[in-house]
Design a protein around this ligand. Structure first.
Ligand SMILES: [Zn+2]
Length: 472
């Protein structure tokens, strides 16, 4: 058992069970720390596959971890299973139709994300057993990626302390090693408290919390001219104080999302926004309480890990889509604009190719295309241990994520083939790291070198609890 085809073969042994799991999770879309059923399904599958289970990982009731193997290094394979609100959609069709009006849906493909990660772990578990190689593989079922920053809390609270390297993936339009780019992001709530008064009879007695929020926005908007280029700041009113204009609003709350490409830049911006809030309170004779909701770090690159992933992808080749997949992808593409499709091609530095609906090849590493950068809690894991993330084609080229079109494709042959392919790539990298101590040592040395230059500062306050929900 030393040839490079063994991991793909071992993946295939478990693929039907894990495709079944992905489809079940698709059918029970749960969001933000409410992934009760999805987490239970993942725990049950880990148990059925013979993993040693830890529930309530880092105190998060919808997180689960399964471990197999003995001694040696620990390789973590990270999965997710949270859905998004408002993206309920019937599977397998090419028009908008909700399963449940206003319901949740798997519009980011996390039903596949968790199942493929566990599928990879199953194959590595079999390989460890068959070869007697010392080492452990862990599947981490991580909740609340969408806005809940579960992995950041898990890193802060020690869930990855004894891990040597981490591997993850995300569904995508193209198959490629992910660029090491993600924005550090702090979500913070500012609650202003003033004094209510009759707005006509005794306005001089009122101190408006709503005025304070508006002045804070003005201050932050003036700040924009003097920020680093890649910073992003957005805000939403959580509570405008009331609906009656004849009452001076005594409370108001706004949520800010403060992002930058470098963790240190983001932390500096957070302090400046805090000062603007305090200034707004001073101007209006109100008080302000600032509270971090969640926060995530940017992505710390690990070239050693990414090169190993590229090698695994090159060995495997592209996802083997068939004619039925292409026909469905064409129908989905007919619902997209030419700009949707061109934007996706630009990410891999190519012009749209008419007649190419699905990516059945491997994009070269760091293609140098347009960058569209979001934020993810994988960022904090990249700072904790050497990490690589692969993107694998699971949908028609041009499909926007967080859309009904993505939910619709979530149980298709396209999604299933992409998911199995992702498991093969991740399993192969885990095998490379376990079989080759020099490779793992190189990845760890690179990680240490990068941290020496810029140490990790957890963006979460030490005492901030995760916004978990009570068990129903
Ligand atoms: Zn996602």
């Amino acid at each position: 058992m030393q040839n490079t085809s063994e991991i793909p073969h071992l993946v295939e042994r478990h693929q039907d069970d894990l495709i079944g799991l992905a489809d079940r999770v698709w059918g029970m879309p749960e969001t933000l720390y409410a992934e009760w059923q999805s987490c239970a399904e993942h725990a049950a599958m880990l148990r059925a596959k013979g993993f040693r289970i830890t529930e309530n990982v880092a105190g998060l009731p919808t997180a689960v971890m399964g471990e197999a193997g003995n001694g040696g290094p620990v390789i973590a394979i990270l999965g997710e299973y949270d859905a998004l609100p408002g993206l309920s959609q019937v599977a397998g069709i090419d028009y908008r139709q909700e399963v449940e009006a206003g319901g949740n849906g798997h519009g980011c493909g996390h039903n596949l994300l968790g199942s493929a990660a566990m599928l990879a772990a199953c194959a590595v578990k079999d390989w460890l057993e068959a070869t007697g190689t010392p080492g452990r593989v862990r599947y981490y079922g991580c909740p609340a990626e969408e806005g809940g920053a579960a992995k950041t809390f898990m890193v802060r609270d020690g869930a990855f302390d004894d891990v040597d390297a981490a591997i993850t993936w995300h569904p995508s339009c193209f198959t490629r090693v992910d660029d090491p780019l993600a924005l550090a992001n702090t979500r913070m709530d500012f609650t202003f408290t003033g004094r209510a008064a009759h707005a006509a009879a005794s306005p001089h007695l009122g101190r408006s919390a709503l005025d304070a929020v508006e002045l804070m926005s003005v201050g932050v908007n003036y700040m924009r001219e003097h920020m680093v280029q890649d910073a992003r700041i957005h805000y939403a009113y959580l509570d405008a104080g009331g609906k009656a204009p004849n009452v001076v609003q005594s409370t108001a709350r706004v949520r800010y999302s403060i992002r930058a490409l470098k963790l240190a830049d983001m932390l500096a911006l957070v302090e400046r926004v805090r000062k603007v809030a305090e200034g707004a309170a001073l101007m209006t004779e109100t008080t302000v309480e600032a509270r971090v909701f969640t926060a995530v770090s940017n992505h710390l690159e690990n070239l050693t890990m990414d090169r190993a992933m590229q090698a695994a992808l090159d060995e495997l080749g592209g996802v083997p889509f068939d004619e039925e997949d292409r026909a469905y992808a064409r129908r989905i593409q007919a619902t997209l604009s030419a700009q949707d499709i061109a934007t996706e091609w630009a990410i891999v530095a190519r012009e749209p190719e008419p007649g190419v609906e699905l990516c059945d090849w491997v994009v070269p590493m760091r293609p140098g295309g347009e960058v569209l950068i979001g934020s993810t809690d994988v960022g904090d894991v990249t700072w904790k241990v050497p990490t690589t993330e692969v993107l694998v084609a699971t949908c028609a080229i041009g499909t926007p994520f967080h859309s009904w079109q993505l939910t619709a494709q979530g149980k298709s042959g396209i999604a299933h083939k992409g998911m199995v392919h992702a498991a093969k790539a991740m399993g192969r990298v885990a095998q490379m790291l376990l079989a080759d101590p020099a490779l793992l040592a190189e990845a760890k040395a690179e990680h240490a070198r990068r941290l020496e230059k810029t140490p990790y500062i957890c963006p979460l306050p030490a005492d901030l609890p995760a916004p978990i929900l009570p068990r129903p």
